[in-house]
Design a protein around this ligand. Structure first.
Ligand code: ZN
Length: 255
């Protein structure tokens, strides 16, 4: 069986500028995620904001089955033409996993069709994550609930599309709740948003978080990678009777 080709995209700014974050993720959180989900099934590579074309050249996107996205402070610096290319690839079948603050990334908001806004509080509080759809492939091997001792709080209302299907819901020490793991599809492409992953905490070393991301990669891998048909259809499967009227010229209502 061929491997799932995974590209992990990271803004990679906090880890270079902030000493505390650098200590947690010395090589960048993209590398921590990649190391954490590495297995025989995945072929993993990395792309970051400050590379030419943000590391997302046509060649890279053409050979990516699932793109993982982490962005925070520099969403606006992601060039629109690159975002449009990623959107087209998702429409054609590429899987997309948006992590944590990527709820405000251009690509998430574009594909989701909403502002992506939510409430937040950053005091390192406890997060309890509940699996609300244990039959979903992304929940495989995940217990009913697990805890992250320190995380940033994200709270409802979360402005996401109404067709977003929850797999996980979080409860926070301060009392808020949040749809922490949701799936949806745009065109042929499957999209998974997963909430945990603030850069100041060790979230991307957590076994459960990494398992959810791995499951997400398997689930989002393309089942059909092809452009949506866009050509005029000449023939038909069933005979269509001649109506004897040139409708655009006639301008009439028959019945
Ligand atoms: Zn954050």
């Amino acid at each position: 069986m061929s491997k799932i080709r995974v590209t992990i995209w990271n803004e990679f700014r906090h880890e270079r500028k902030n000493e505390g974050v650098k200590k947690i993720y010395p090589e960048g959180l993209h590398k921590a995620i990649g190391t954490g989900i590495a297995c025989d099934e995945f072929e993993i590579r990395y792309a970051t904001l400050d590379e030419p074309d943000h590391g997302l050249t046509d060649e890279v996107l053409d050979s990516t089955d699932v793109l993982i996205w982490w962005g925070h402070a520099a969403h606006a610096e992601v060039r629109d033409e690159i975002v449009a290319k990623v959107q087209q690839h998702v429409w054609d079948g590429m899987g997309l996993i948006c992590l944590h603050s990527s709820h405000m990334s251009k690509i998430f908001r574009l594909l989701n069709g909403t502002s992506g806004k939510l409430h937040w509080r950053e005091v390192g509080e406890r997060e309890r994550i509940w699996c609300v759809n244990p039959a979903h492939p992304i929940a495989a091997g995940i217990p009913e609930t697990f805890v992250l001792e320190h995380e940033e709080m994200y709270g409802e209302p979360f402005c996401i599309a109404w067709d977003a299907q929850p797999v996980f819901i979080s409860w926070f020490e301060g009392g808020e709740v949040f749809r922490s793991g949701v799936t949806f599809q745009r065109g042929n492409g499957r999209i998974f948003y997963f909430r945990p992953g603030h850069e100041a905490y060790r979230t991307f070393y957590n076994e459960m978080v990494l398992r959810v991301i791995s499951n997400g990669v398997r689930w989002a891998a393309p089942t059909l990678r092809a452009p949506y048909p866009k050509t005029h259809r000449e023939g038909s499967y069933e005979p269509i009777s001649d109506k004897g009227v040139d409708f655009p010229k006639a301008g009439i209502i028959l019945n």
